[in-house]
Design a binder for this molecule. Structure first.
Ligand code: NIG
Ligand code: FE
Length: 436
């Protein structure tokens, strides 16, 4: 249907008119990620389900047909909008399974401290880190937080992210945590990408509880969690299990209470030290254990026996000059691996393609494993594996067109942005095609 006037704005903003039907044709490589249900481990993590000269057809928000261009055009010759993807790669929209996008202020001044060699914990001890952001976030209004987070989510979408998990954790008081979770929902709505909310009250012990951390654990368990569950503001409950933050025992109390209230556990595990986070995640049947930089062999084995997904966050290692998690070891043990950006005020990385390239160069993932980790496995890590992360009839029509000749370039290129078109629920959300 070339020549038919169909206005698509080149930049993000007000939603473009939703086409009733959409065809994307002639893709050099269509990465379907089709395969067995569930997260992919072992050999299955290498299989991208590639269709050469591929095409997809969607109606409304759902994919209806996926195959070679000849096959799809034979069944669906016309659509309201048709996108040519010759010489390009078409993939599921990226799923970013770990971000902290709602906060006030910023921490660019900490980069000077990093330049001087200060560690994450030393920066926190100087009054930087999480508690610096908590002070600013407590003073900020819900509207301002939502407005800033919307910009961040739109920037993520411009790099191909169509579903994002978003954590609270910069309020650390009941009203402020509720405010942040409402801002997460509002920002997802405004940015028109799907946001999966996670309550992270156990992100740090706030200043007013420094001398009595157990009282803060109680507050999270007895006041925050019931209020969040009653208002249906989060799908998951997370805890930062590490030296200087929460012990595995404190986190267990919080995560179990969350699970009783219907919030599935997640764990910030072993980022700064081996604090037993991975083993705790496995014990609780957590959806994911994230970071896993210092995880012991016992922790990895416990994860391999569980269904907990490992979320690797290579940009966090980059930002805090930490070692990179050994993804190869996790994969060899049979753990399903996902990757995320860990976007937060310490790690201002909103690009899943950058996380993919870092995971290939530093976490020991192959490019195919990293793409699996950024799509289908990431979707399972945030409870959306039945909807997104795979291009198959019946799934949500979330996809990206990448101006690169082959999928291997995703593991190869750093910086820049090869994302040309982002389709969210069957509508063009981002259009960076030349001349548009
Ligand atoms: O995932 N590790 C804990 N939380 C964040 C950092 C938050 C911050 O420094 O503001 C993370 O890296
Ligand atoms: Fe994090």
């Amino acid at each position: 249907m070339k020549g038919r006037a169909h206005k698509i704005r080149p930049t993000l903003g007000e939603r473009p008119p939703s086409p009733a039907s959409l065809l994307i044709v002639d893709a050099a490589e269509l990465l379907t990620l089709r395969g067995a249900e569930g997260p992919r481990a072992h050999e299955a993590a290498q299989d991208l389900g590639i269709i050469e000269d591929g095409a997809v057809y969607s109606e409304g928000a759902r994919l209806v047909d996926v195959g070679t261009t000849d096959e799809v055009l034979a069944r669906h010759p016309r659509a309201d909008l048709r996108i040519e993807a010759a010489g390009k790669v078409v993939a599921p929209g990226f799923v970013d399974p770990h971000t902290h996008p709602v906060f006030a202020g910023s921490r660019e001044h900490e980069v000077e401290w990093k330049s001087q060699g200060l560690s994450y914990s030393e920066i926190a001890a100087r009054g930087g880190g999480i508690l610096h952001t908590v002070r600013a976030t407590r003073e900020s209004s819900e509207g301002d937080l939502a407005r800033d987070a919307t910009k961040r989510l739109r920037s993520m979408a411009a790099s191909g992210t169509t579903t994002v998990e978003a954590k609270s954790g910069y309020g650390l008081r009941t009203d402020d945590e509720l405010k942040i979770l409402r801002a997460i929902a509002a920002a997802g709505h405004a940015a028109e990408i799907d946001v999966v909310p996670t309550f992270l009250g156990a992100h740090a012990v706030p200043p007013e509880f420094q001398t009595r951390p157990e009282a803060y654990v109680n507050l999270v368990r007895e006041e925050m969690l019931p209020a969040i569950a009653a208002n249906r503001l989060a799908d998951f409950c997370d805890a930062f299990v590490d030296r200087g933050y929460f012990s595995a025992n404190q986190a267990r109390e919080i995560l179990k209470r969350g699970a009783d209230l219907g919030l599935r556990p997640k764990v910030h595990a072993d980022e700064l030290s081996d604090a037993g986070g991975a083993a705790l995640a496995a014990e609780l049947g957590a959806a994911s254990a994230d970071h896993l930089i210092h995880t012991s062999s016992d922790g990895i084995e416990a994860m391999a026996r569980s269904r907990t997904i490992a979320i690797l966050l290579p940009a966090a290692s980059l930002a805090s000059r930490l070692p990179f998690a050994d993804g190869r070891r996790l994969l060899a043990a049979g753990v399903a691996v996902a990757i995320g950006t860990d976007f937060n005020p310490n790690c201002w990385c909103d690009s899943m393609p950058l996380a993919i390239a870092l995971a290939c160069h530093h976490n020991g993932l192959t490019p195919a494993e990293a793409i699996t980790a950024a799509t289908v496995n990431a979707a399972h890590a945030i409870g959306r594996g039945d909807q997104v992360g795979v291009l198959e009839p019946g799934r949500v029509a979330d996809l990206v067109v990448l101006d690169m000749p082959s999928w291997r370039h995703l593991g190869y290129r750093f910086g820049g942005n090869a994302v040309e078109t982002v389709v969210k629920r069957g509508s063009v959300l981002v259009d960076r095609r030349p001349g548009r």
